[in-house]
Design a protein around this ligand. Sequence first.
Ligand SMILES: Nc1ncnc2c1ncn2[C@@H]1O[C@H](COP(=O)(O)OP(=O)(O)OP(=O)(O)O)[C@@H](O)[C@H]1O
Length: 494
Amino acid sequence: MSGISKRFPGVLANDAVDFTVAPGEIHALLGENGAGKSTLVKMIYGVMRPDAGVMQFNGAPFAPSKPAQARDAGVGMVFQHFSLFEALTVAENVALGVPPELARGDLNDRVAQISHDYGLPLDPRRAVGDLSVGERQRVEIVRALLQSPSLLIMDEPTSVLTPQEVERLFETLNRLRSEGCSVLYISHKLDEVKTLCDHATILRGGRVVAHCQPAQESAASMAELMLGERLVPAQRAQSADAGPVRLRADGLELASESPFGVGLRGLSFEARGGEILGVAGVAGNGQDAMIQALLGERTLGSGRIELDGVDVTTDGPSVRRQRGLCGTPEERLGHAAVPSFSLTENTLLSARERQHLAPSQLINPAAAADFAQQVIQTFGVKTPSAETYAASLSGGNLQKFVVGREVLQTPEVYVVCQPTWGVDAHAAAMIRQALVDMAARGTAVIVISQDLDELLEISTRIGALYLGQMSDTIDAADASAQKLGEMMLGAAAV
Ligand SMILES: Nc1ncnc2c1ncn2[C@@H]1O[C@H](COP(=O)(O)OP(=O)(O)OP(=O)(O)O)[C@@H](O)[C@H]1O
């Protein structure tokens, strides 16, 4: 790519970027949230056209106007969010995503062959709805590999994987490298980048600011290159001694919304003021249902939820928020935020009562704008203004906004799912610190996360969600990734 620029209203997302990926290398694209990484790869994959600059692919001029053209030229991409139909089988899903000539004949055999060759175990005849998140990612990878790409783009591939699945993925990527396929790898997990990647290009504010060889750097030195300044490690406050029980969930039953999902099957736990209760679990074990049940978004089949000793089981989300129970669900775009609302409008979704943004049922726009501004400033959300649509923020910046919006409401109980998903190292440290500080002020914080390092770092106690039930919890001081991995697969906590 030479001199590639892309402008959005109020933002120069890519500014005269020169960028080269060599054959057979795993090349990391690094940068803090909003640095312009997704924009750059979307142009390579034909999702967007550059405003200026030229691209070449395998020596030939390259200007894809849609993803199908990029795929024909040999570019494959695996997105953070999978685009699969749950009711269809693996092979049927693959058939939908490849050109008709490739979809003919017995796709089952070819899918089985590729998954065998690349160490991506998959049964082509199984329904995608029955697969784990890691297996779904494999479907996407196999689909990309069927077209024999010479460049495979992966956007934050490991954020949804268990440690064992990450190892497996790296074996597959190493195998692709040895065959001459290039991999363009976007990640905020700098330790992984150090292990896996041959080269890295670092973007800051849309410009290329550095190149490095990750093996010769440390996670801290790469973070510094991204930020342009030294990363100051967060100062951890000591959590206060665990106080009284603030949230009690007893025997929660809730059917899953999707025919393939897992609901809650008798979920019980307590969270005390001053502690961070970490909830580990492989994705798809009831995490969505858990947060919906706690926030009051859906009516329980049975069970009881108490907030500071008061039964709130039949209260809706607004009443629970007024009483001090706030939360941030996993899906930031569409659940935590309305994509086509501005950030100001998005504050009204969850902060209306506690921040008095709509006194006597009439919205006070100035108060909403002030609160949005406060979140933007406190949490370093990069956005042209508070009037920008949520959908146009980079993933990490929207994540900072939807977490910050709740944290600044100083709830009594805070439930959050994947609090630092897609957030750069600097902002992740800040969010974790905010959670620790919240607990120190006496809030009961419940963190549902697949990031075990995160849970081990900030939790007081950790339990695992497995098939809609919570395991016994263990003190974080006695926990290890190994132990938690076993609990996530249903082993007892002792
Ligand atoms: N469709 C869009 N409309 C308006 N602005 C956009 C759009 N897409 C991206 N931007 C802006 O362009 C800039 C770069 O965003 P981009 O998504 O490329 O960043 P990123 O490096 O991928 O960030 P993250 O790590 O948070 O995913 C951001 O300021 C973002 O708000």
